[in-house]
Write a protein that binds this ligand. Structure first.
Ligand SMILES: [Zn+2]
Length: 283
């Protein structure tokens, strides 16, 4: 299929603007290849990316890491690193949030990556205790998002129904992104009703991901935001190496094919979807 429809014939791919809504571009794996990947991504039209917070040490460095770049960041404590989070980390996170929110130059645009991972909890020695600990950390950070009026970047695995209904009951109203969405169409709709967008990327490229591709086709373009989760979630078409923000335009092309719309429409809608969540986003 020709991905550029007749309206786009004069529009070279580099005229399109792309944003990676979830990229761990500060991970040490990038050390020797970050510049190379970012240069190539920019050549392909990627203008910005959002780096989520994961541990308190990384949260303390991410604002500085993004300084003088078009990259933006969220602050949060990821459920994957539960064992590393100390008793004082939530207080430290709140101090960082208040400092960056007051800063005119580089405010955190969201609280994240936070969430609940029941797949991970199941592997713990005491799954009930692991779930309880995750809830405690998650709830405390949702309270911070409410206090600072920020959207969320969520990592949810195996508990979409519980997480969405809990946020609905507390009338959480700042929306956000459910990153790496792979739930059902019904679960997708529950998140959309709550004012969230759904992050899609590498998972939709695999031959067996028919259910996800069907969900993507059946919901409007306003539901989706593109993400790589780089260096994780390598797409099917990269046989080696890591996932990278250079893949974002290719994800845009897949989304255009699934939705039967032009690449330009996907590019513009991706920006608009992100701007509706993060009005201060650099594009
Ligand atoms: Zn992530």
């Amino acid at each position: 299929m020709n991905l550029l429809d007749s309206n786009d014939q004069e529009c070279a791919p580099t005229d399109l603007i792309w944003i990676d809504s979830h990229c761990h571009f500060d991970f040490p794996q990038w050390h020797s290849q970050r510049d190379e990947h970012w240069q190539l991504a920019q050549t392909l039209g990627v203008q910005s990316l959002i780096i989520p917070g994961i541990t308190i040490e990384q949260n303390q460095q991410v604002a500085q890491f993004c300084a003088d770049t078009p990259w933006q960041f969220a602050l949060g404590l990821h459920p994957y690193f539960l064992a590393q989070h100390g008793d004082n980390d939530l207080d430290a996170l709140e101090r960082l949030l208040s400092r960056t929110v007051e800063s005119q130059q580089s405010p955190a645009i969201a609280v994240g990556e936070i969430g609940l991972d029941w797949v991970l909890a199941k592997q713990a020695d005491d799954p009930d205790a692991a779930r309880a600990q995750q809830w405690q950390l998650f709830e405390a950070q949702v309270v911070l998002a409410e206090r600072y009026q920020l959207p969320l970047i969520l990592h949810i695995r195996g508990c979409h129904d519980q997480a969405a209904s809990w946020l609905r009951r507390r009338r959480f109203s700042f929306g956000g992104i459910v990153h790496a969405f792979s739930g059902s169409e019904q679960q997708a709709k529950a998140w959309l009703d709550l004012g969230f967008k759904l992050g899609i990327g590498g998972a939709m490229t695999f031959p067996r991901a028919n259910k996800l591709r069907n969900t993507i086709s059946s919901l409007p373009l306003s539901a989706w935001v593109l993400e790589t989760d780089a260096p994780d979630m390598r797409p099917a078409f990269f046989r080696q190496g890591v996932s990278s923000p250079v893949a974002i335009p290719l994800y845009g092309a897949i989304l255009a094919t699934l939705k039967q719309v032009s690449l330009m429409e996907v590019s513009v809608q991706n920006q608009n979807n992100l701007l509706s969540l993060f009005p201060g986003l650099k594009t």
